[in-house]
Design a protein around this ligand. Structure first.
Ligand SMILES: CC(C)(COP(=O)(O)OP(=O)(O)OC[C@H]1O[C@@H](n2cnc3c(N)ncnc32)[C@H](O)[C@@H]1OP(=O)(O)O)[C@@H](O)C(=O)NCCC(=O)NCCS
Length: 383
């Protein structure tokens, strides 16, 4: 270590959290944080939410263009072929203790799937494209199997005639969903599929850039998504809503969080300075389901909490806020919410790593050393 050189050429100060640092060029997703707009490959999230399907969005993210009817049919067929669990993955999930957190189970099950995939280490672009579709198909089946085993139930065989979202709902609940239920899941999957250089996608690109394999990418990204400051926030939101319990308790809850200098989960965003554009669609669906089920309480608490948090700390809700009450209305338990997020975001992770590999460079930033200056080693008996 040469202190004199370090002083002559002071390192730039660290950018904690890398906020605002541009780490790559990407053609996948554009976000306007000031206006609250989001586009996948140039298509507005609002148009995709209204008119598209998750299968179509996956194709768009992977290939850069919306599919023709023929391309979509081929893509959906490949996806359907990759929905089944291998016996090893099935046995692994069945052998897990019931109390294992679903996200921990998912992270490990995807890792196990990689061990038994003969294509896992095949790095040809066509093999990586095939594995990306395979991972999209597999994630839904794995999440549903984890959910059923936690309830002491047998995992179900996928139904080939159902689309991705409808089949996922069937695998979770053991009954075919209504068209409305399947559309609600499709919407959740579309809205969560991609969001630029968020923490888990950046983690995915870092892993991919070492030329590791897609299963390692997916397992690492699941680990990053699991944290409560990222995808884990939706589970925390439903906990908060349940803790509040009644609309009349919202004010006291807000006061209590402010007093202990806590965080309002589902609020704030590293990029959006206004409402997250995805929240609008989830909010509307949550309102509708609450009304249809004659249980508007969770939606009503959310509305009041949103207003008060806006008013008091000027933070807007993000994608995780209304996805919590919505998924609760859909009968999905809170501990599974982040797995549902992962079932969708696998599309964005794979799209980014496929893009990374088109013009790869290992991602290796630096840090400022702020520790002890150079010093002589002291042997154990002298310490
Ligand atoms: C998403 C999040 C991590 C972004 O963090 P960020 O980029 O540092 O956000 P900001 O620069 O606006 O934060 C500045 C300060 O505002 C406050 N703040 C931000 N979000 C807040 C929230 N939800 N509740 C209370 N205070 C909040 C904090 O004091 C924060 O300082 P800190 O980083 O020391 O905690 C942050 O808003 C957060 O923790 N939100 C809650 C978790 C969540 O919903 N995550 C899902 C994101 S999609």
């Amino acid at each position: 270590m040469n202190v004199a050189v370090a002083k002559e050429n002071p390192a730039p100060s660290a950018n904690k959290g890398l906020k605002g640092v541009v780490a790559a060029d990407s053609a996948i997703c554009e976000i306007d944080g000031a206006l609250g707009e989001l586009w996948y490959r140039g298509y507005s999230i609002h148009d995709l939410a209204r008119h598209s399907t998750f299968e179509e969005v996956c194709y768009l993210l992977f290939k850069g263009e919306l599919p023709t009817p023929r391309e979509l049919a081929d893509f959906s067929q490949t996806l359907t072929q990759h929905r089944r669990l291998t016996p090893q993955v099935s046995a692994f999930i069945k052998g897990l203790p019931r109390e294992v957190l679903p996200m921990a189970a998912l992270r490990s099950a995807i890792s196990v799937a990689g061990i038994y995939d003969p294509l896992a280490e095949d790095s040809r672009p066509e093999a990586n494209f095939e594995k990306s579709i395979e991972l999209v198909g597999l994630m839904a089946t794995v999440v549903a199997a984890i959910h059923r085993c936690r309830q002491g139930l047998e995992p179900l065989e996928p139904l080939d005639r159902l689309g991705h979202a409808a089949n996922f709902m069937y695998l979770l609940n053991g009954r075919e969903p209504t068209a409305d239920e399947a559309r609600a899941m499709d919407l959740i999957l579309i809205l969560h599929a991609e969001h630029g250089f968020n923490a888990s996608t950046f983690a995915a690109r870092v892993i991919g850039a070492t030329l590791s394999d897609l299963y390692s990418v997916a397992s690492g990204a699941i680990g990053a998504l699991k944290g409560p400051l990222h995808g884990g926030a939706n589970t925390e939101v439903i906990r908060a809503l349940q803790e509040i319990g009644e609309v009349a308790n919202v004010e006291a809850y807000v006061e209590a969080v402010r007093e202990r200098k806590g965080k309002f989960m589902g609020f704030g965003h590293a990029v959006y300075q206004v409402e997250d554009p995805r929240a609008r669609h989830l909010k509307e669906l949550s309102r509708r389901l609450g009304q249809e089920q004659g249980e508007p309480r969770w939606y009503d608490i959310s509305i009041k909490l949103e207003a008060l948090v806006n008013q008091t700390i000027h933070k807007y809700c993000n994608v995780d806020f209304y996805s919590a009450s919505l998924q609760h209305y859909m009968g999905i338990p809170g501990e599974l919410f982040t797995c549902i997020f992962a079932t969708s975001r696998i599309a964005g992770w794979c799209a980014h790593v496929l893009e990374q590999w088109q013009d790869n460079k290992i991602i290796r930033p630096s840090c400022n050393y702020v520790g002890s200056p150079a010093r002589p080693y002291v042997s154990l008996d002298m310490r």
